[in-house]
Design a protein around this ligand. Structure first.
Ligand code: GTP
Ligand code: MG
Length: 685
């Protein structure tokens, strides 16, 4: 398809907390620029941003969605990101490919903290960003107070770009702080110029001076003008706004009502004038530019309902043309995306975001090129913090499961899965309950793989507390001609935690011939996979000390069975103890919640190891603790509910530890009941 060549492009991510109005803003941006003729509705699931079934069923964003439009001859590609913390990976992967981000938030003081992780990510990557304070039709706090509380979570200064004109809790217009012109909003039409509302003069002046002072911190010329009381020319203010936004030095703030399209045109105007050009972003992101060699990076992988793979890429340098090979793979085609619609193109230039089809073996975050150059940095990958064990509803589906899950993992790198070695369960790992429910819906809807779920079993182990000497095991079987005979004496000793298992022998005079000793070890190991309490046995040493054999009837198999019998006899006498996995968790939380989080950890049998401020994140603490894995199941759910959703944690297995008797009793009773009910996998042999 031939297209009119645009004079430029801008790629803008729309990010922000859950339900702040991002998809509504995208819909409005597309509407006011004429890319769509009728706005969709979030509740009816008819917006372009939430067109995936899993999104519109829940009235929430669950993955990014991309749409392009034109405004003043510039092609704007917007990437609408989901707001829920459980889908944060989507936003992080996409953000590294845009020129600027609009953070959509609500004028609610209690929620500003939910912006903190996003600000941190944007500032770590130096991604230019502006704030759009949405839902100004329900603003029950004063504008200056809103600005004040927003400032508390941004490490970069916020500069109001507008002063909103309110009527009670309703936004009705704005004063542009650069031009000091005032406008009134009207639904369905551009704002109308009005005389300056003198009653707001004082507040407007305060906001304007603050804006100029913030800009002057990075521009000595402007600073001199302010000190000498010279009114700076508008062009100079605009130039500073553009330069300082582009370098992620300041965060301009706008106000609006996305549902009524209020504030959306001024936002577009500002993007047009002030958002950095794609070349500026490329210069910042690429350490070394290598002429016109094509260079792109994958921001997201989709498997479309038709089954085709689409890789959304940002073109950083050069041109992509139909038929070109990148990383040894030839794309099936080049497309622009409009929600779920694709539009085929022959050629795209640096600075655009497009989709490539059938890039087999290529993953989100990958750098695409023709020559081998260093990879571009990728967004951090979130560790999974919540797990469910899953089983296909239909037994035959087990075979299809792994290929379907692997595709889902390609689409969503914040998922994980494993088949657990001890419990044999298939465990799906993700970022929280909703994240996994959405994943299960996708398995059902896209791959026709309905699943049942249950809480994953804790991979308990067991050991012994005391030694047992000279346990005897004899296996003797006479069946017609050739019989079987094995006879062993074993010493069984506990080892220290973490030592695992070792096997020795002190046979003298060949009472157990060499060729049968491996059989003894096999029998011992075999028994240890399932000890007297029903769990794998660890931290024991077994020594073969004595035995006897029969010259005709003995075999490796007979010694294996004899060793099993000895273990079966001996191990219960060693005072078996249940061991549980203990993980180290490192919790990040705003410090106002530190003591609550410590209580939460202690309440879950956690042991606090220490806490300290995070050096590059003011106001945030890092708490380290040991936590029994059994207590980790819904830890993230509780942690989020105690920390306005922003607390997060890393974890890793640390050691096994004896379960306190009271707790062990409960676990063992439960697992007995599980056997009686016929679903105790651990103890089934
Ligand atoms: N009062 C009011 N409601 C709004 C406004 N903009 C959006 N909403 C409502 O807020 C809710 C969430 O809007 P969305 O656009 O889906 O928010 P989102 O930020 O995309 O949500 P996620 O993607 O799930 O994080 C919907 O019920 C919208 O109708 C607004 O300006 N004023
Ligand atoms: Mg949304």
């Amino acid at each position: 398809m031939s297209e009119k060549v645009k004079s430029g492009s801008r790629n803008i991510a729309i990010v922000g907390p859950y339900l702040s109005g991002k998809t509504s803003l995208l819909e409005s941006l597309l509407f006011v620029t004429g890319a769509i003729f009728r706005k969709g509705n979030i509740k009816e699931g008819t917006t372009l941003g939430d067109s995936a079934k899993e999104a519109h069923e829940r009235h929430m964003g669950v993955e990014i969605s991309t749409a392009s439009t034109e405004y003043n001859d510039i092609r704007f590609t917007f990437v609408d990101c989901p707001g829920s913390v459980e889908f944060a990976q989507e936003a992080y992967n996409a953000l590294i490919g845009v020129d600027a981000a609009i953070i959509v938030c609500e004028p609610i003081n209690e929620r500003v903290l939910t912006l903190a992780p996003l600000f941190k990510f944007l500032d770590d990557w130096e991604i230019p960003h502006m704030l759009f304070v949405n839902k100004m039709d329900r603003a029950n706090i004063h504008v200056l107070e809103t600005l004040h509380s927003l400032k508390s979570v941004s490490s970069r200064p916020l500069v109001a770009h507008q002063y909103p004109i309110m009527q009670g809790q309703q936004l009705i217009g704005f004063i542009d702080l650069v031009t000091e012109e005032a406008y009134h909003y009207h639904q369905g039409a551009p704002a109308v110029h009005i005389p300056f509302p003198e009653e707001l003069k004082q507040e407007e002046q305060m906001a304007r001076v603050e804006m100029l002072e913030a800009l002057a911190d990075f521009d000595d010329h402007l600073l001199e003008e302010l000190l000498e009381d010279i009114e700076p020319p508008q062009q100079e203010i605009l130039k500073d706004l553009k330069m300082e936004l582009g370098a992620d030095l300041v965060v301009p703030v706008f106000f609006g009502v996305a549902e009524k399209d209020y504030g959306v045109r001024p936002l577009l105007e500002a993007l047009l004038r002030e958002a950095p050009e794609p070349e500026t972003t490329a210069q910042r992101r690429l350490e070394k530019q290598t002429g016109n060699q094509p260079l792109a990076q994958v921001l997201k992988t989709f498997y479309t309902p038709q089954g085709g793979k689409l890789s959304l890429v940002r073109v950083w340098q050069g041109q992509l043309t139909d038929g070109m090979t990148l990383n040894g793979v030839r794309p099936g085609g080049l497309y622009r995306l409009m929600g779920q619609q694709t539009q085929s193109v022959n050629k795209v230039s640096a600075g655009e975001i497009v989709a490539l089809s059938r890039m087999e073996g290529i993953n989100t975050g990958d750098t695409l090129q023709q020559e081998t150059q260093p990879e571009l940095p990728k967004a951090k990958q979130l560790e999974p913090v919540y797990a469910l064990a899953i089983t296909p509803e239909k037994r035959n589906d087990e075979v299809k499961l792994s290929s379907a899950i692997n595709r889902l993992l390609e689409e969503d790198p914040s998922l994980g899965w494993e088949q657990h070695g001890d419990t044999h369960e298939v465990i799906l790992w993700g970022q929280g309950e909703i994240h996994l429910q959405v994943t299960l819906d996708r398995l059902r809807n896209k791959y026709n793989l309905p699943m049942t779920t249950h809480l994953p079993q804790v991979p308990y182990k067991e050991t012994i507390r005391n030694s047992i000497d000279s346990v005897h095991g004899r296996y003797k079987h006479q069946s017609g001609g050739h019989g079987q005979f094995g006879d062993v004496y074993l010493d069984i000793q506990p080892l220290s935690r973490g030592e695992g298992f070792n096997f020795n022998e002190t046979i003298i005079g060949g009472v157990v011939p060499k060729q049968y000793i491996p059989g003894v070890e096999m029998g011992v190991r075999d028994f240890l996979s399932h000890g007297p309490l029903g769990f794998p046995v660890v931290d024991v040493a077994v020594t073969l000390t004595n035995g006897s054999y029969h010259s005709v009837d003995s075999s490796e198999q007979a010694f294996k069975l004899a060793a099993r019998l000895a273990m079966q006899e001996g191990l219960p006498q060693g005072s078996p103890a249940l061991l549980e996995p203990i993980v180290t968790v490192e919790v990040n939380t705003p410090n106002e919640f530190t003591s609550k989080v410590m209580q939460l950890l202690s309440g879950r049998r956690g042991q606090i190891l220490g806490y300290e401020g995070i050096h590059d994140w003011q106001g945030w603490d890092n708490i380290t603790a040991y936590l029994p894995q059994a207590e980790m199941q819904n830890f993230i759910v509780e942690l989020r509910s105690q920390t306005l959703g922003v607390g997060s944690f890393h974890w890793k297995f640390d050691h096994l530890q004896e379960v306190p008797d009271k707790v062990a009793g409960r676990i063992l009773t439960n697992s007995e009941e599980a056997i009686t009910n016929g679903n105790g996998k651990n103890r089934k042999k």
